[in-house]
Design a protein around this ligand. Sequence first.
Ligand code: NAD
Ligand code: GLY
Length: 367
Amino acid sequence: MQTLKVDLGERSYPIHIGEGLLDRPELLTPHIVGRQVAIVTNTTVAPLYLERLTATLAGYNVLPVVLPDGEAFKNWETLQLIFDGLLAARHDRRTTVIALGGGVIGDMAGFAAACYQRGVNFIQIPTTLLSQVDSSVGGKTGINHPLGKNMVGAFYQPAVVLIDTLSLRSLPERELSAGLAEVIKYGLICDEPFLTWLEEHMDALRGLDPQALTLAIERSCAAKARVVGADERESGVRATLNLGHTFGHAIETEMGYGVWLHGEAVAAGTVMALEMSARLGWISSADRDRGIRLLQRAGLPVVPPEQMDEACFMAHMSVDKKVLDGRLRLVLLRRIGEAVVTDDYPQEVLKATLVADYPALVDQLRG
Ligand code: NAD
Ligand code: GLY
C-alpha cells in the first residue's frame, strides 16, 4: 500500500492506494468520529461492494443510502434522498458519510456531508478510475443544474481517501477509458515525463495491468494533491486541472447529462484546447497531434459532437465557473507539461477553434 498526503494544515488527509483496502478496517476507523455511518452508494455499486464495506465496519451502526445510478441523477431530488435517509435514521452531527462509488456519488455524498446539520464527517471510497485519480481528492463537491454542470456545490474535504485498485476489475471498459482522460490531463498540464510513460503503457493500462494502474493512480493523485495543497479554493493554479473542461462541460450539458460520459466530454474538450493552443502558436501541431493520438489510444472520442456550433458552445461556456467579470478564462497549454489559465487570447482564435474541422484533423493523423 502507498499513502500520499493532501497537505491542508489541520485539514490534511491521507490517500491510501492499494489492493484489497476495502477489507482493511484499520484504515477507516481512525477517521470515524461516532458510531453512526451512512454509506452513500448507487444501484450498480451496492451489489458489488456494499456488503464488504459493511462487514469492514462491523460494530458501527451502518445506514446504506442507495441512490439511482447516473449523471442524470446528480441533482437536488437525489441529494434530498440522502438527507431523507439521514434524518429518518436519526443521524446526528457525529455521523460519518462515506461515498462508495464513482465521481457522481462522491460529489453528491460530499455535498450532502457539507450541508447536513451544517457539516458532518466525510470519507471518500472511489471505485472508478476517474474518481480515484481526480474527483475523490481535493474537496470539490456538488450537483448539476439544468443550465450548467457542477454549478451548485461546496468545497468540503474528506477525512481520508481509500483507493482499492481491485475495484477497477468490475469497471466497464468505457468507464476505464473515461478515467484515462483525466490521467492524460496530468501529463499534459504538469508532467511531460508522465505523458511519455503513458504513451509507453497505454495498452497495459487498458488491459488492467495492476502495476501500471497503481503507478498511474499514484502519479495522478500526487499531482492533484500538490495542486490542491497549493490552491485549495481555485484562485490560481488549481484551475489548470480543468484542461478541456470548459469545452467538455458545454458538451455534457448540451448533449444531456450522462449521454457523453464526463471523461469522454473532457477528452473531446482537451482536443479543442490542444487545437486552440496550437492556433495561438504556443504548441506545435506535432504536440497537438501527440495529445490527440494518446486520447484516441485510450479509447476516447476526439471529435466534438457534430451538432454543436459556435453559438451553442458560446452559450454554454458563458456560464462556466471560470468566467470572471464577463471574460471567459480558458486553460491552454504553453507547452506540453505546462498549462496556463488565461483570458488573454484573440476572440477570432477561440471562434476558429470552435468551428475547426475536427474530423479532418483526426483523419490526417491516419496518414
Ligand atoms: P460515475 O460516478 O457516473 O461512475 C461511472 C459508472 O460506473 C456508473 O454507472 C457507476 O455506477 C459505475 N461504477 C462505479 N464504480 C464501479 C465499479 N467498481 N465497477 C462497476 N461499475 C462501477 O462517473 P465517474 O466517471 O466516476 O465520475 C464522473 C463525475 O465526477 C462527474 O459528475 C464529474 O463532474 C465529477 N468530477 C468531479 C471532480 C471533482 O473534483 N469533484 C473531478 C472530476 C469529475
Ligand atoms: N477536477 C478539477 C479540480 O478538482 O479542481
